[in-house]
Write a protein that binds this ligand. Structure first.
Ligand SMILES: [Zn+2]
Length: 258
């Protein structure tokens, strides 16, 4: 192989001197791409993990909100029950007063009127007592609910803390891996021609999958680009096979390797 290399650079063919061989350069470029895809993968994970932490915190918050709502209902119920108990006591006092007056009345009519009043008040106390009973039952239910809610909060807290720790460890581990891989890349890049790296980076940036260099494959109909799966013309396939210049897919622009 010769020591010069043709690269299509900004619309012009540029000769790169001093390259060992196109084959070797492309091999290095493929290896660089492997390093880059590892970096991309690490970066993606590092982007996703903090979101997982946030969603754990969100769940925590919604449980706390549930507890706040519960406390409000519980307090409201207690106030209501106390009001009814006070009301009941007042009516019972009133009944006692009226009963003591029964001995002082002079006429049968007055006696009957007092008795009626007492009966009415007694009916009221009985319905109040029923209401208080219902409240007591609800109170029991609320206590049970509070217990299970507290349990859920406690369990969730435990799970969240464990997951949090796990995620934080993973983030630290990934950061370490990232630093190492980046260092590896920095060293590797110096071994490849600058213009070739520039071309590679230009193509990589324009691709969603980050793949800038790919292999060709052949079937009975011809030769296919491994990046966009479009058939490439015969003369391009010949160029790829000759390995004397850098060839890009005419459809997607990816650098082609046999
Ligand atoms: Zn292609």
């Amino acid at each position: 192989m010769g020591d010069t290399l043709l690269v299509d650079w900004k619309g012009k063919s540029v000769k790169i001197k001093g390259m060992a061989s196109v084959q070797e350069e492309l091999k290095k470029l493929l290896e660089l791409q492997e390093i880059d895809s590892k970096l991309d993968e690490i970066n993606k994970l590092l982007d996703d993990l903090p979101a997982q932490l946030k969603s754990l915190e969100k769940e925590d918050f919604s449980l706390q909100q549930e507890m706040e709502e519960f406390k409000k209902t519980s307090t409201h119920m207690k106030v209501e029950r106390r009001q009814k108990e006070t009301e009941l006591k007042a009516i019972e006092e009133q009944i006692k007063n009226l009963q003591s007056k029964l001995f002082d009345v002079k006429t049968n009519k007055e006696y009957q009127a007092l008795q009626n009043e007492i009966q009415n008040l007694k009916a009221k106390t009985s319905s109040l007592e029923d209401e208080i009973l219902v409240h007591m039952e609800k109170d029991e239910q609320l206590k049970e609910k509070e217990k299970s809610l507290l349990q859920r909060i406690e369990e969730h807290k435990k799970i969240r803390m464990a997951k949090q720790k796990e995620i934080e460890n993973k983030i630290n581990q990934l950061k370490g891996e990232h630093a190492l891989t980046q260092q590896q890349r920095n060293e590797y890049v110096t071994r490849i021609d600058r213009l070739l790296i520039d071309l590679y980076m230009r193509v990589k940036k324009s691709k969603k999958d980050g793949v800038a260099i790919c292999r060709i494959s052949e079937d009975s109909n011809g030769c296919i680009c491994g990046g966009c799966y479009v058939y490439i013309p015969g003369y391009l396939r010949e160029k790829v096979k000759k390995k004397t210049e850098i060839v890009q897919c005419e459809n997607c622009g990816r650098i082609l390797v046999e």
